[in-house]
Design a protein around this ligand. Sequence first.
Ligand code: F6P
Length: 566
Amino acid sequence: MFQLTRSVTWQALKGLQEKTAADRIRDYFTADPERFDKMSLRVGGLFLDYSKQPVSDEVLAKLIELANHSALVQRRAQMFSGDIINVTENRPVLHTALRNLGEGPLMVDGQDVMPEIQRTREQIRSFSEAVRSGEWKGHSGSRITDVVNIGIGGSDLGPNMACRALLKHRHSGLNFHFVSNVDGAHIQKVLSRLDPATTLFIVSTKTFSTQETLLNAHTARRWFLEQAGPDADVGAHFIAASTNRQAAMAFGIREENVFEFWAWVGGRYSMWSSIGLPIALSIGFDGFMELLEGAYEMDQHFLSAPFAENMPVLMALIGIWHINFQGAETQAIVPYDQALHQLPAFLQQLDMESNGKSVDIFGNPVDYKTGPIVWGQTGSNGQHAFFQLLHQGTRYVPIDFIASLKPEPGVEDHHFALLTNMMAQANAFMEGSQTGSRLDPYSCPGNRPSSVLLLDELTPKNLGALIALYEHKVFVQGVIWNINSFDQWGVQLGKRIAGEISERIDAQSQDFDASTQGLLALVREHFTSDGDPSGDAAPEDGKANEGKMEERRKDKGKAGKRDGKG
Ligand code: F6P
């Protein structure tokens, strides 16, 4: 059986790690004046400079050999053509079909999926136009002013990140709110600022069975009926993006307002589907299509460019060099762009839920490190928080700097300062400063790795390309590590046990470990089986509270039973 770590290329890379351990990145520049030109590339509106990475020409060539010897060509073709590559959930992985702008069919299970994708796109177009134009009316005849997306994980992070990133393209008459946390403080805070007559709720959940989302959706519906009156039309204010049409309709959503998507769209890859509806509402359908276009162009690049000039492949290989040969545990994402402040959180889920795996696709434990811990925040804020450790600490942390070149009118001086700070940091990480002896507390060792990704401008199209770039980077790493990047059984385990614990709130259950039982006893003192603080469940308005408790019971039942596939 093939063992990655025993392969000739892997062993050669280990040898190169030892050989280059004492190299200084800056010496590579001295030795090769062409290095920047050689180790940078442009795809559409994106420019990647990876010349400040600790890779010699020889290392890069070996990394490309690693990709050549992997199943990448075959698995990439399988993904794009709808083969079952998510083997543990027995389904294809087709987020690329959602942004496919090419002609021709895409057959899955003998059926062309493109017509239904087109139909849903058309549904998104007509609905978003109706809301944006004011043609869509709430129950009292008012136009919508506020859109609340209720969802979590992939049903929150993608549209949330994109709406914030593209805020300057937002419809001026619409405000957007994202509620994800099951902590009631989150939804209460959002609802406290809203008028039910002018609010539209999107219940975004692939499965329509995620506890957090269902609790928040039921709280929102209860609030709506309390405020607008018990007979107010829920259907005029609640719509859903879900694969579970029946459950959405049972919630009170009109059939025509369930925006469909499909089991072959993974939660963290779903912003291109109906889950992206808030994006279309915010920036308009044409803007949403530009986002898809950018992703589609990156898909075409990923499919056709030779590995040595393939942006996602190169980023993946450099990541593998860091993780498997240089001992990096984490990957920092630092956007020098306030509009991209949600990007690190989005990429964290994308990467960590996909490649946080320790068995290969055959179920064998792997003997190498897989996905890194992804973290970060915007610069220049990060400079005044965690950069100190990156400059002088004991850890080796590769950084992706991300920025857009075009300044905002009126604040050009800010943008110039932003970009010069980013360039200064990338330079300082590489050069360091040797002010005296090596023990001098003022000296920074340097030789710390970073890449710089520049967007010509933060447009929907370039954002689409940027996200597709990272999706493919994660995919390539998963293929080389021979893991399934598309399941998330660890998350499902947590979901299942949360359901079981909530069902045991009354019982003196021996089913859990002593610590969980002890904690449960403490929690039990404050809650009844309805999840209400004890004593407070006494109905002031008997009917309303009965309904409320019944809804919660139903939610808990569903939470316990769900299969929870994301
Ligand atoms: O976090 C795990 C996960 O399964 C994600 O993949 C998914 O995006 C999220 O839960 C929410 O699931 P759903 O969209 O079904 O509510």
